[in-house]
Design a protein around this ligand. Structure first.
Ligand code: ADE
Length: 238
């Protein structure tokens, strides 16, 4: 019942990558979560070990073969969690979906080259398509690393200070307030007086007002959702 990520990729050396460092890496080393990486090329059957072919109907690039991808998926059929295919065509990742993934038993991640995977294998398997943003990466690996970093830091014990995850902007449905540290004055710029006051309630109110201001100014989409969730008296779901 250890939270486990099983990754299918043509570039297994991309993992754990930066997930081997910092909080996620320490959590991995301490056995708070597990990472299994499978090379899709190991599921190629012909002597050339081919994993892709030219697109039917013509056009640039290569498409990953359905038989090879299906065999790779079959190899992790018993692994825990939803099967996620990283693609810019997918559902946009947000903190609500990250929380769902962290609350589950794990994830199975399919990384493709960006020209993509034959549609039939996506139809034949129960695949959840997820995008990490409205831009195109050259493959799913970096998207998988982004998704895993966001999820793993929410797993019990991974984040050093249990409060820091809950106190963040997105958990409140707002962007974060600005941060300051010592020195209290730097190059003639003073840190806000209230932060030196030792008055915790005043600090809390100031930060909340700052978070609301920056959210209203920069992200009207998030601001509207925040207002709506306050009105209904519910906690924001991302
Ligand atoms: N693969 C290529 N671009 C991607 C993106 N933006 N999100 C998820 N997977 C991708």
């Amino acid at each position: 019942n250890l939270w486990t990520a099983s990754v299918l990729t043509l570039f297994p050396e991309a993992f754990p990558g930066p997930l081997g460092l910092s909080l996620a890496g320490r959590g991995l080393a301490r056995g708070l979560w597990a990472l299994e990486v499978l090379d899709i090329r190991d599921f190629a059957r012909d002597k050339h070990r081919s994993v892709d072919d030219t697109p039917l109907g013509g056009g640039p690039g290569m498409v990953m073969r359905p038989d090879v991808v299906d065999a790779a998926i079959e190899a992790i059929a018993e692994r825990p969690g939803p099967l996620v295919y990283l693609t810019p065509r997918g559902r946009l990742l947000d903190q609500a979906l990250v929380r769902e993934f962290a609350a589950g038993p794990g994830l199975r991640l399919l990384c493709g080259r960006y020209e993509g995977v034959d549609q039939r294998v996506l139809d034949a398997r129960e695949v959840l398509e997820v995008s990490v943003g409205d831009f195109v990466l050259s493959g799913g690996e970096m998207a998988a690393l982004v998704l895993l970093d966001a999820v793993v830091r929410l797993l019990p014990g991974v984040m050093g200070n249990a409060e820091s995850a809950a106190e963040e902007s997105f958990e409140e449905g707002l962007l974060e307030h600005p941060l300051f540290t010592r020195p209290a004055e730097w190059q003639g710029r003073k840190a806000p007086e209230v932060l030196l006051s030792g008055h915790h309630e005043k600090v809390r109110r100031w930060r909340r007002a700052q978070a609301e201001d920056v959210t209203r100014q920069r992200r009207p989409d998030i601001w509207r959702r925040y207002l709506a969730s306050r009105e209904s008296g519910e906690k924001d779901e991302g």
